[in-house]
Design a protein around this ligand. Sequence first.
Ligand code: ADP
Ligand code: MG
Ligand code: MG
Length: 902
Amino acid sequence: MPDTKWVYAFDEVGDAEDKVGGSWDGVRSLLGGKGANLGEMTRLGVPVPPGFTVSTEACNAYAAAGETFPEGMWDQVTEALAKVEQQTGKTFGDAANPLLVSCRSGAKFSMPGMMDTVLNIGLNDEVVEGMATLTGDARFAYDSYRRLIQMFGSVVLGAPAEAFEEVLTGFRAKAGVTDDAHLSVDALKQIVARFKEIAKGFPETPIEQLRLATEAVFKSWNGKRAVDYRNAAHIAHDLGTAVNVQTMVFGNTGEDSATGVAMSRDGSTGENHIEGDWLVNAQGEDVVAGIRATTPIAQLADEMPDVYQQFAEISGRLEKHYRDMQDLEFTVERGKLWLLQTRDGKRTAQAAVRIAVDLVEDGLISKQEAVQRVSPEQIDFFLHPQLGGDSRAAAAGEGNLIATGLNVSPGAAVGVIAFDADKAVEMAAEGRQVILVRPETKPDDVHGMLAAEGIVTSRGGRTSHAALVARQFGKPAVVGVAGLDIDLSARTMEVGGRVIAEGEWLSIDGTIGEVYFGKLDTFIPDISDRWLSSLLDWADSFRRLGVRANADYPVDAERARAYGAEGIGLCRTEHMFFEAERLPIVQRMIMTEDAAVRRQALDELLPYQREDFLGLFKAMDGLPVIIRLIDPPLHEFLPSFEDLTVEIADLKIRLASGEGDAEAIRAELEDKEQIRERVEDLREANPMLGLRGVRLGIMIPELPRMQVRAIFEAACAAQKEGVTVIPEVMIPLTSHVNELRRLKAILTEEAESVMAEQGVQVKYMMGTMVETPRAALTGARMAEEAEFFSFGTNDLTQTTFGISRDDAEAGFLMEYIEQGILPENPFASIDADGVGRLIKLAVKEGRETRADLEVGICGEHGGDPTSITLCHGYGLDYVSCSPFRVPVARLAAAQAALAEAN
Ligand code: ADP
Ligand code: MG
Ligand code: MG
């Protein structure tokens, strides 16, 4: 490969582009992100200190050849260096007029673990003297020299960084100064001598310094830190890193020099103003190292107005060019501005949304791009409380950021510590906000998790019980906080040497996995934020999938509508049966064998149900509302057999003791025994697969018939008030078309008779929830009766896998995922190969029977971006999810449509 071009001067970025066929992504692969952008800035006429990039291909060739430079590479480096000498009029290694360079690593993606930058390469005992004479500033020359030996020593030669720091500390103490900048020339000379003892093997020859630094960058690509990072971040190992060699410019040559970092927009809020920090008379690393207190960028405008003006102009130009917010590094040397780096800036979720929308309004990107630039997780940010920035910063400043862990469920929570579930419930009942802190959680902790505002565990991973349950209930959670040492018997936890007791305040951020001691302020981001609504409006214009919400109550429906839901995809009617004043009626209905008594109980329930539905219809005026008829097995409405047995035993003891009103006790006992008998009757070995769903309706048709009457009485009443109602009656858990045919006939008759009584005609549909494999497999037959299908993907996943979710998620399912038997939790993301195929088949064959069959999903998967992408592919009409996920689903659906279009 003697002809291979390994080295590209910054002004040769065009050659690199030609080589990779014009693709900017290709240029970044070849030159690394830093090198590509240094070249691009040079091409744009931005002042960049001259230099060159040794390509990533050279890095790979170096590794492949057993750590030797590929043929021709070093010659090209020295040629490129000669060209830089020409451009700068300085000479590498020439004491009279020395060229100094930095050696900077830079892979395609910014990546921790790579070799740190070495500045001031080219200095030695002789050159440093020349520098001192030339600049008339011996202090500056020797300070630069000691920095070179220090960086070179620790970064290239692997000397311990602390050894250098110890020497510096000693000299500062001796001189009685706190700042290295106040050390005398003489002290610096002694420091240089000491540093050389630590940095054994420090080469005096400049070209040798450059060669060793270059090799060290190449080697660091395969160093342990970098390899581990790439494994964790799923970055390919064959990308290689580039090496950038660049003329040094000095921000530390006096009061007219400076260095800084800035973003072209505010990375926290997204506001369109330059945001950053700088330091007068300082060198690159000083700003980020946090050794000196930095100055806000606005002050640069006062102190160096011309420089600031120029910087602002360049910042705007680069933003336009890259069509994104930029993160910039700059240095001012004796009043002249130099740019040293630009890249797309990191930003918070809030800033991501605002910047994407503003860039559209600035004409820099299209609406499609804006929608694609924000991730569904970033939208999720707007739907949870957050820790206030000021109180977070204050807490961190006071050392109250006590631990970090895995960010498994987003949002912030603040509360007092409870170390077990019962305690959490007890404290919550007293009206206190609680954070449940456990080593790990189990299924019998769930009541405490529900009572808590947030959850912290010291063990467990992303798929631990705590993580799964927290996400399911939308509770912020941080798990696997290894720094926490919980002592359950002492009711304390120890973290970083501090002992914290039960009842003390804790604040957690589940979005990034931080745990703070104390009570921090929280705020709820504004969903009606102008930028978010624009972005979501645009998303709506691109998506094909409709988005509905699962909501049982009018308040939820209203919230869902405010979040952009286009209907209700699932209203679970049984929730209405559990309310305190209704449950006794429901139980009476279940207990009786007498048709008249049952009729009477149902008549009593009817007005409640009618009110429920009326509220829903009004909230969803003009939008479809899917109401699922009663689904759970009846025994769920009765006390448990075990509880009853205990109560009966208690009553018998009381009766035997002779205390209390024997008559009353005997009556209660009789009552309980009767209920227990009925519960015994209703008991099933597998209630999940038992008398529930459509089967219940067929066995007790009065029950769904009452519900349908309530639905249509409410619909007629609403319609009379001018509300547009679109009820869709959903029959759950069917597996054979005959079930549907039988129940649908009964229910249609009831609906029609209500409408006849009321003298109102309502447009409605009758359909089924597809949640058994047989229903999906016989979609063609099901569609003979069903006018719509709604895939209940929770149950469909259970029945397809033959796995009971409640048992499995607390048990072996986690093992399965950890061991890689299952790639992920099929209850979180649709299993495309199994459950997904069933959906696809049912949709296709169902539509063959009934071309206008409406199809959607209403499982929790409806709020999961990956599942939403699948649903788009299956050609569903809509997804339905929890109200809080609606904005996320709107964006994810748009992204699915845009990805397909590209
Ligand atoms: P990182 O990737 O850690 O930011 P950089 O290569 O960007 O590493 O360099 C670290 C610091 O040194 C930055 O502040 C950068 O601006 C500064 N720097 C790098 N090269 C030069 C140079 N040639 N002249 C002046 N400062 C430089
Ligand atoms: Mg670095
Ligand atoms: Mg940098």
